[in-house]
Write a protein that binds this ligand. Structure first.
Ligand code: SF4
Length: 723
């Protein structure tokens, strides 16, 4: 085994069994390969570099890619095991059409004719908007761009949205409101320069494990680490301070921190005057958020609030990172805005070692929200209701502006429209709504109401089982393209193998379908790079300007940060240098946030708070990771985490079965008694379907701005199940 960098040794300390348990063909493997393909991990938004070992059109293992600067050869358990999924027997190999006996194989011309006929029938009978498209934030930038153009020009429907609606949209909305642009302001390499880090609702050790190394490097440089979370997550175990917030109270806590900073004069008034607007309203709003009042709301001791504010307010450099823990709420956008208020008021942005970022859960969570697959968005983050933006895109696509549909429903609103009979047909790619959406019973009922449902996927997901037609698409290693990491770096995904059997690259399937509805000149691509060249041209001058990014430049520079407006431009790692923001006047905006309680809170019937999230061995709806043997062995089934006090009140011990009931449904799970969670809160990971699905319990309530569901808080009751 090669000598380990110190940081990797740290990770082995944390994840020992998983990194040591490298499977045959992995890092230590001796299986000979034909070639190594430099690409990236198919999972989270860190997008670690990896070299896939390929022999005979099969991925047989991996090697570290030590030159890639983000992870420098390190990988977490999911990255180590990812190569095992391609050989799973569930891999879809032929197009499938539902018949009386289940599904039958079909050839491509037959199945595409079948799909075309059904879409035409529905649209002729009910109008173009009766057919909708749901896509995914793990798709490459090229596919995200293509599927948006396909929906609007080929299908002429306004209803297209993506599963990032369940993920980063609260942060995205807040970023646009505050900064005028939706991207983290600085690369990860700034994290070790910070002298104080606030990690709010972000389980870095399990969801983005490789970023742990950056946090620990900051700590080794003397940074104070403050974690805000109802659970003592792995990263909180090494933090200086944990603020164990009651789920759904984050904006009150952030207002409390700013209140203390104001009271103690830890405010950067020069920065506020030169680079921001709207501070006075925020100052008035937070005046009533005294530490004592905030302690009452959040359950965090007042002294801890004061301590956190002092470390943040007095640090010369500081950075605030967050993820779904504060975003998955009916106040998700407000929670993010309250964080931004603290960052702006203390001037901790726009200079080295300072900044603010959300970390995207999905591989292309950043790029997936830039290129036009959102219901209100055209490519380059353009607004579909803005006449000038519509004119530019229509002109570059060679169509009349009136040919572009208007704003459509979000993914969460589409489900309601299906129930109302407004949407009759659906095409779904890279999205497993039956596991991912809250209130799974309601989702299943929606899928059963559809007159025609087509799925493009590589495995038979729980959602695909409800389809009329399944088109076998491509795994990550079977297609080309680019993705944009959570830090804004555009990187290359390289094809390592051809799709097996009759499976095809997703972009080819979409283009074949598109050409049945629209002139070929609108979808003229011969290869993925053709799509990227068009994406660049269409993005030119837009907010997410990729015009100066080429595949060659990405390889030469190990990624390019957008905006990159011309060929001579090297990209923009630091977005807000010198305190320049992207509103027309160059200033950032404060937004006052009043705390609102969650949509559903505890009461006498449902006295416990439920919060949901991830575990390190699984990813999203589990379509991939539940098919990777070593990851399944590492965490085979969902466990209900609860505090010893709560366990004692129920008379249960670790391993006992506990029934969890909400107003939507009930599930029974083995419990795990842990001291790392608040006594009034339980946790269930959400990666499993059917009777083990956390989303049988969660609530459909949405954030009014981002339309993200409140996955992180609802009320439940617990019952011990007799042995
Ligand atoms: Fe993959 Fe994310 Fe793990 Fe890196 S940290 S190996 S990108 S899952």
């Amino acid at each position: 085994m090669p000598a380990l960098p110190q940081t990797l040794a740290h990770l082995i300390t944390q994840y020992g069994p998983h990194l040591h348990d490298t499977p045959p063909g992995g890092w230590q493997g001796r299986e000979s390969s034909d070639r190594l393909v430099k690409t990236h991990c198919c999972f989270c938004g860190v997008q670690c570099g990896i070299q896939l070992k390929v022999r005979d059109n099969t991925v047989i293992g991996f090697e570290p890619w030590e030159d890639f600067p983000v992870n420098r050869g390190m990988l977490c358990p999911k990255g180590v095991k990812r190569y095992l999924q391609g050989s799973h027997p569930d891999r879809l190999l032929t197009p499938l059409i539902r018949d009386a006996n289940g599904f039958s194989s079909a050839d491509w011309p037959t199945v595409l004719d079948h799909v075309t006929d059904h879409i035409r029938r529905i649209q002729d009978q009910y109008g173009h908007d009766a057919f909708a498209v749901l896509s995914g934030a793990s798709l490459t930038n090229e596919k995200a761009y293509l599927i948006g153009k396909f929906a609007r020009l080929a299908l002429r429907t306004r209803h297209i949205d993506y599963n990032g609606r369940l993920c980063m949209v609260s942060a995205g909305a807040a970023n646009r409101m505050a900064f005028g642009i939706d991207r983290g302001g600085q690369p990860w390499s700034d994290i070790p320069l910070a002298k104080c880090l606030i990690l709010a609702g972000i389980n870095i050790g399990e969801c983005f494990p490789i970023l742990t190394d950056y946090i620990w490097r900051a700590r080794d440089n003397g940074a104070r680490i403050i974690v805000i979370d109802p659970r003592r997550t792995p990263i909180a175990g090494t933090a200086d301070l944990l603020l164990p917030v009651r789920p759904g109270r984050d904006s009150a806590l952030m207002n409390g921190l700013l209140h203390v900073c104001l009271a103690r004069s830890w405010i950067d008034y020069d920065f506020i005057a030169q680079h921001t607007q709207g501070f006075d309203e925020v100052r008035q709003t937070v005046a009533s958020y005294t530490p004592e009042r905030v302690a009452e709301i959040t359950g965090v001791p007042a002294a801890a609030i004061v301590q956190a504010a002092e470390w943040w307010g007095t640090a010369p450099t500081a950075m605030l990172l967050h993820a779904r823990g504060i975003e998955h709420h009916t106040q998700g956008t407000e929670n993010c805005l309250a964080c931004i208020n603290l960052v702006l008021a203390t001037g901790k942005i726009g200079k080295p070692g300072c900044g603010y970022s959300t970390i995207t859960g999905q591989g292309n969570g950043q790029g997936g929200r830039e290129h036009g697959q959102r219901c209100n968005q055209l490519p380059s983050g353009r607004d579909i209701e803005n006449p000038e933006h519509r004119r530019i895109v229509a002109e570059r696509w060679g169509v009349a502006e009136t040919d572009l549909p208007g704003v459509g429903y979000t993914a969460t609103e589409m489900r309601e429209a299906i129930h109302r009979g407004e949407i009759r047909g659906l095409l779904c790619i890279c999205f497993n709504p039956l596991v991912s959406l809250p209130d799974a019973v309601y989702t299943r009922a929606a899928l059963e109401r559809l007159e025609f449902f087509c799925v493009i996927d590589f495995f038979m997901s729980e959602t695909a089982r409800h389809a009329n037609v399944i088109l076998p698409g491509s795994l990550h290693e079977e297609d080309e393209g680019t993705v944009t990491t959570a830090e804004g770096r555009v990187i290359r995904i390289r094809q390592a193998v051809q799709p097996p059997g009759l499976a095809r690259p997703d972009w080819e399937i979409i283009c074949d379908l598109a050409r049945r509805f629209a002139p070929r000149k609108q979808f003229p691509y011969a290869c993925v790079e053709d799509i990227f060249r068009e994406l660049r041209r269409v993005s030119r001058g837009g907010l997410c300007d990729y015009y100066g990014i080429t595949y060659e430049k990405i390889e030469r520079q190990q990624g390019v940060f957008w905006p990159c407006p011309d060929h001579a431009h090297a990209g923009t790692p630091h977005l807000f240098d010198g305190g320049t923001f992207y509103h027309a006047d160059g200033k950032a905006r404060f937004h006052p946030v009043e705390y609102r309680p969650p949509a559903e809170d505890v009461d006498a019937d449902y006295p416990v708070l439920l919060t949901t999230g991830r575990v390190v061995a699984q990813y999203l709806s589990g379509t991939q990771t539940r098919r990777i043997g070593p990851l399944v062995r590492q965490y085979p089934e969902p466990l209900l985490e609860l505090h010893p006090n709560l366990a004692a009140s129920l008379d249960v011990r670790t391993g006992d079965q506990v029934r969890v009931l909400s107003r939507r449904g009930a599930i029974t799970l083995p419990c795990q008694v842990v001291r790392t969670i608040r006594p009034d809160t339980v946790f269930i990971p959400y990666h499993w379907p059917e009777e083990r699905s956390a989303n049988l319990l969660t609530i459909r309530a949405l954030d009014p701005i981002s339309k993200i569901p409140a996955f992180k808080v609802c009320a439940v009751r617990l019952e011990k199940v007799a042995a």
